[in-house]
Design a protein around this ligand. Structure first.
Ligand code: COA
Length: 192
């Protein structure tokens, strides 16, 4: 893969309802707001995330933000709408050499900020960053019942790559995992 040079751009745009939308690298001062946002999404009744309320602590979020800042193969982005943390996206390159070209991420947008372009801005910036950082594939996993998120990813060029049955046990309930991915940067050529 290409040499990793991973400056994280800050982008400024406008949400569908006309508010200022900034996507930038997360900093330590964002940790509490990001933790609260993930906690709120984790507690939603339609179960969009693997995390359960309270399972992601401040220290965990600080760790993810710090890794995004230090590790050229990791990224932690936040989206601000009118100065409030509205969404986050974090991920890293896979650790095994044969999969070093693959970047895996997870994301959340707060319920009151959805449908405004926040998720798209986070994802588009991530895809651009991943290509610049030398990755050639971006992946995520989702619950099969999270149809809105699946449609969102498909709109952004991801395809369904597989399903692992009963892969997760979340709050005592077994759930399948859907695997999704898309190429980024230079095209992947299948080998023999
Ligand atoms: C999936 C998610 C990241 C999309 O973010 P978003 O900011 O709503 O996305 P955008 O506004 O850029 O795009 C919205 C589009 O996606 C779809 N969509 C996805 N989730 C939606 C939601 N909860 N409400 C409304 N539309 C949603 C809509 O069809 C919408 O299409 P449109 O633009 O044609 O109206 C966000 O809904 C979310 O964080 N959900 C909860 C957590 C989650 O599911 N994370 C992903 C786990 S794999």
């Amino acid at each position: 893969m290409a040499a990793l040079g991973t400056t994280v751009a800050t982008t400024v745009a406008t949400t569908a309802d006309g508010r200022k939308l900034v996507v930038r690298a997360g900093v330590a001062g964002d940790a509490r707001a990001v933790r609260d946002l993930i906690d709120a999404v984790a507690g939603e009744p339609d179960v969009p995330l693997l995390a359960t309320p309270g399972s992601i602590g401040l220290r965990d979020v600080k760790g993810l933000i710090g890794r995004g800042a230090r590790d050229p193969r990791s990224l932690f982005l936040v989206a601000e709408v009118a100065g409030e943390i509205a969404g986050d996206l974090g991920g890293s390159g896979l650790p095994f050499a044969p999969s070093a070209h693959v970047f895996e991420f997870g994301m959340s947008v707060g319920a009151r900020y959805r449908g405004l372009g926040v998720g798209s801005a986070l994802l588009e910036q991530t895809i651009a960053w991943a290509a610049t950082a030398g990755f050639t594939k971006v992946i995520l996993s989702a619950f099969p019942h999270n149809t809105r998120a699946i449609a969102f990813y498909e709109r952004h060029g991801f395809t369904l790559e597989g399903r692992r049955a009963l892969q997760f046990c979340r709050a005592g309930r077994y759930l399948d995992e859907l695997l999704m991915g898309r190429p980024v940067g230079s095209p992947l050529r299948p080998g023999a």
